[in-house]
Write a protein that binds this ligand. Structure first.
Ligand SMILES: Cc1cc2nc3c(=O)[nH]c(=O)nc-3n(C[C@H](O)[C@H](O)[C@H](O)COP(=O)(O)OP(=O)(O)OC[C@H]3O[C@@H](n4cnc5c(N)ncnc54)[C@H](O)[C@@H]3O)c2cc1C
Length: 419
C-alpha cells in the first residue's frame, strides 16, 4: 500500500510533475533535480512531519488513480468506450495546415494548432506548454504560459524526459484568464485529481490536450547521450528530442557543432531504462484529456508526404472545436477507425494494457510497490516468464551502464546505433 508522497518517491513512482508542490498546502516544498535518479523530486526546505499524506498526496498520480471511473465521470456522453482507449466521442487523422507549425512539430502539429485556435478565438487566454532551456545542468524542460503563436512554436516537440509541469503554481494562479494545459497522461491525471478537490481549477483550466504516451527515461539518459555524442551538456545551446518530420531526429547543438541522431534509435545509446512509473502506467492515450494526440503510425500515412497525427476528441464539445477548425482551414481531418488507432499504438497498448497485469504481479512479487488503478488494463496475466526475461535484461543494461561498460558491450552485440 502506498500511503504518502514520501512512499511514492522512495518507491521510484514519482513522475516529477510537481502536483504535490502546486496543489498541496505547504509553501516550503519545491521541486529540485536529484542527480541519483535523474528526476525532479519534491524537496522540503525544512522538515515538516505532517507533509505528504494530505491534499498533496491526493493529487499525486504516481500512486495510481481510478482511471476508468474518472474517465466516465469526465466524458459521460462519449459515444465509444473500451479498456484500450478509454472514453471518446470521435477520432481523426489530422495535421495542421500552417507550414510554420508543421516545421517544428513532433508529428502533425495538431496540439499546437488546437492551442493557437483556442487562443485566437479567445476561448482561453493562455496555454501551459513546455520548452527547453539551457544551463550548466544541461538542457532541461521549462513550463510556461504561452499567449501567442510564436511562444507556442518555441515549445513544440516532445520532451522525452521528466517535466515539472506544475512546479511553479504561482504562474497558474496569478494568470489573468482561462488556460489550456498540454501535458502527458500522468500530468493530465494530476490536474484532474486536483480539479476534483477544487472546482475553481475546473473554471481556470477548462481544456486539456494530452499526448499518447509510451513513457520516458530520466536525465541520466539525456546527459549520457550528449556526452556520447561528443559534447558537454553545459555548453549545449540547442537540444530537441525529436522533430523535423516523422519520426524525426534528436538534435544536439553546441556552438558550431551539431549532431543529429535517429529517433527512436538513440534510446539504445545508453543502458538507462524507462522510468519505473512509466513501466507501470496503464494510460496509453491520455484518457482523461479533452483532446488526445499521438503519431499516426499507420502505413498509409507513414508512406504519404508530410507528418500526420491522430487526434481523439473525448467530448462532443472537443469534436465541435475540431470541426470548426476544419471549416476555418486550420487543420485537415480524415476519418480513422478504432482498429487503425489500435494498430498505430500497437506496441504502446500491448505494453500498457495487455502485459501490465503480469508486470505489476512480477514487481509486487519482487517487493516493489506498484500504483493502484480501478481497471484500465486487462487483468489476464499471460507471459509471466516474458516479463521476467525483460526485467532481467533491464537489470543487466542498467548495471552495465552503472559500471561504465554498456557502450562497449552494446557495440559488441550490435545493439548500439551506428553512425
Ligand atoms: C513522453 C512522451 C511519450 C510519447 N509517446 C508516444 C507514443 O508512444 N505514441 C505516440 O503516438 N505518440 C507519443 N507521444 C506523442 C508524440 O510525440 C507527439 O507529441 C504527438 O504526436 C503530437 O505531436 P504534435 O506535432 O501535434 O505536437 P507539437 O506541435 O510538437 O506540440 C507538442 C506539445 O506538447 C508539449 N509537450 C511535449 N513534451 C511534453 C512533456 N513531456 N510534458 C508536457 N508537455 C509536453 C509541448 O509543450 C507542445 O506544446 C509521446 C510524447 C511524449 C512527450
Amino acid at each position: 500500500m502506498i500511503s504518502s508522497v514520501d512512499d511514492v518517491v522512495r518507491s521510484r513512482l514519482c513522475i516529477s510533475c510537481g502536483a504535490c508542490v502546486a496543489f498541496g498546502c505547504e509553501e516550503s516544498v519545491f521541486m529540485s533535480e536529484d542527480e541519483n535518479t535523474g528526476m525532479y523530486l519534491p524537496t522540503l526546505r525544512r522538515s515538516i512531519n505532517t507533509w505528504g499524506t494530505g491534499k498533496e498526496f491526493s493529487v499525486c498520480p504516481g500512486k495510481g488513480y481510478p482511471i476508468e471511473g474518472m474517465g466516465k465521470h469526465l466524458f459521460p456522453n462519449a459515444l465509444n468506450s473500451n479498456v484500450d482507449l478509454g472514453q471518446w466521442d470521435s477520432a481523426f487523422v489530422s495535421r495542421s495546415l500552417n507550414d510554420s507549425i508543421l516545421e517544428n512539430a513532433s508529428s502533425g502539429g495538431v496540439m499546437t494548432a488546437i492551442a493557437e485556435y483556442l487562443l485566437n478565438e479567445n476561448i482561453v487566454q493562455g496555454v501551459v506548454v513546455t520548452k527547453m532551456q539551457y544551463s550548466c545542468n544541461g538542457p532541461r524542460p521549462e513550463s510556461f504560459i504561452a499567449t501567442n503563436l510564436d511562444e507556442l512554436k518555441e515549445a513544440q516537440g516532445s520532451k522525452y524526459c521528466p517535466v515539472p509541469l506544475f512546479g511553479d503554481v504561482s504562474q497558474l494562479e496569478s494568470f489573468p484568464g482561462k488556460l489550456l494545459l498540454i501535458g502527458t497522461p500522468c500530468q493530465i491525471a494530476a490536474l484532474r485529481l486536483a480539479q476534483r478537490n477544487d472546482s475553481r481549477l475546473v473554471d481556470k483550466i477548462p481544456f486539456t490536450i494530452g499526448n499518447f504516451c509510451g513513457g520516458y527515461r530520466d536525465f541520466r539518459e539525456t546527459d549520457k547521450i550528449i556526452s556520447r555524442a561528443g559534447m558537454n551538456k553545459n555548453e549545449v545551446d540547442f537540444f530537441r528530442y525529436r522533430g523535423g518530420g516523422q519520426p524525426g531526429t534528436m538534435v544536439i547543438r553546441s556552438g558550431l557543432k551539431q549532431k543529429k541522431l535517429d529517433y527512436p534509435g538513440y534510446a539504445r545509446m545508453t543502458g538507462v531504462i524507462k522510468h519505473r512509473r512509466c513501466r507501470l502506467c496503464v494510460d496509453a492515450t491520455a484518457e482523461l484529456a479533452d483532446f488526445s494526440c499521438g503519431d499516426a503510425w499507420i502505413p498509409e500515412y507513414l508512406n504519404s508526404s508530410g507528418s500526420w497525427s491522430i487526434v481523439m476528441a473525448r467530448s462532443p464539445l472537443a469534436k465541435n472545436i475540431l470541426m470548426s477548425m476544419k471549416e476555418h482551414g486550420r487543420i485537415e481531418l480524415r476519418d480513422v477507425s478504432e482498429e487503425d488507432i489500435k494498430l498505430s499504438q500497437k506496441g504502446n497498448l500491448t505494453s500498457k494494457k495487455n502485459r501490465q497485469a503480469c508486470r505489476i504481479g512480477l514487481y509486487r512479487l519482487l517487493g516493489m510497490k506498484a500504483p493502484e488503478f480501478d481497471g484500465g488494463y486487462y487483468h489476464k496475466c499471460e507471459g509471466f516468464l516474458f516479463e521476467v526475461k525483460v526485467h532481467i535484461s533491464h537489470t543487466i543494461f542498467s548495471f552495465l551502464e552503472k559500471i561504465g561498460l554498456y557502450k562497449q558491450l552494446a557495440q559488441l552485440i550490435g545493439r548500439y546505433p551506428k553512425g
